[in-house]
Design a protein around this ligand. Structure first.
Ligand code: NAP
Length: 221
């Protein structure tokens, strides 16, 4: 697959871009400033060598030309970024991975701008895109550690069935990740708000827990 990552200079975007390249996808790491994306791609090449051969840098507009696009900017920037590139995103599978979060003392609280999930807000900002919520519970460090498996389950939600199916397959194609069909995009609110609970547990139990479902087999193509 040809996949663009908007905001690939942050820990989550760069880790996901590297992980996707490491399993053979052609990945365009994007930034608002192409030079920042180039610096990140250079660092990933130095660290991982041929494992990230299929990774290249561009500005966000260049990354938005890919067939599948991930919005990996800060959650505060995700909706405006989707709106800015809405034309290029039209008709494409667009992965929203943002969690609106606010740290309050020793816990995180969910933030839902306008009372809806960020994934739904990204969909509203790019109405002709096929938005899919995914990857909200995977710690950035787990994406980036290409020498270690990512043990996590990913719940995927979208109103566009072919795009949901595509992302289920994309996730299941990454060794050790399991993908689960969470239904329509309205359910992304549960994924995003649960991230606040998960991170609060991580603070209070001093760990890096992620999501693991019991009693279900993950997606099989
Ligand atoms: N960190 C995690 O463990 C994790 C896990 C799951 C999901 N997520 C989600 O993944 C996304 C990225 O997380 P992160 O920790 O990597 O974020 P981050 O480092 O805070 O930001 C990522 C990138 O967003 C761009 N950016 C900053 N402000 C922006 C704005 N106003 N408009 C457009 N772009 C802006 C910057 O790239 P340029 O300056 O180069 O454009 C920045 O490097 C977030 O939405 C987060 O909720 C994070």
């Amino acid at each position: 697959m040809n996949i663009g990552v908007l905001g690939a200079t942050g820990p989550a975007g760069r880790g996901l871009a590297a992980r996707l390249a490491s399993v053979g996808h052609d990945v365009i790491a994007g930034s608002r400033e192409e030079s920042r994306a180039e610096a990140v791609v250079g660092e990933l090449r130095d660290e991982w060598g041929p494992r990230v051969d299929t990774l290249r840098a561009a500005d966000n507009a260049g990354a938005a030309t890919a067939d599948v696009v991930v919005v990996a900017t800060t959650w505060e920037g995700a909706v405006a970024t989707a709106a800015e590139h809405a034309g290029a995103l039209a008709g494409k599978t667009v992965i929203a991975m943002a969690n609106g979060l606010e740290k309050v003392g020793r816990e995180f609280h969910p933030v839902l701008p306008e009372g809806r999930s960020l994934s739904e807000a990204v969909q509203a900002a790019a109405p002709a895109a096929h938005v899919v919520a995914a990857f909200q519970h995977v710690p950035a460090a787990a994406f980036a550690a290409l020498d270690q498996p990512i043990e996590s389950d990913i719940i995927v939600c979208s109103d566009h069935e072919p795009s949901r199916e595509l992302v289920l397959g994309l996730v299941a194609g990454i060794p050790d990740l399991r993908a689960f069909d969470g239904g329509s995009l309205v359910n992304a609110i549960g994924i995003e708000t649960f991230a606040a609970v998960l991170l609060t547990c991580n603070i209070r139990h001093k760990g890096k827990g992620t999501l693991r479902m019991l009693g279900l087999e993950g997606y099989q193509a």
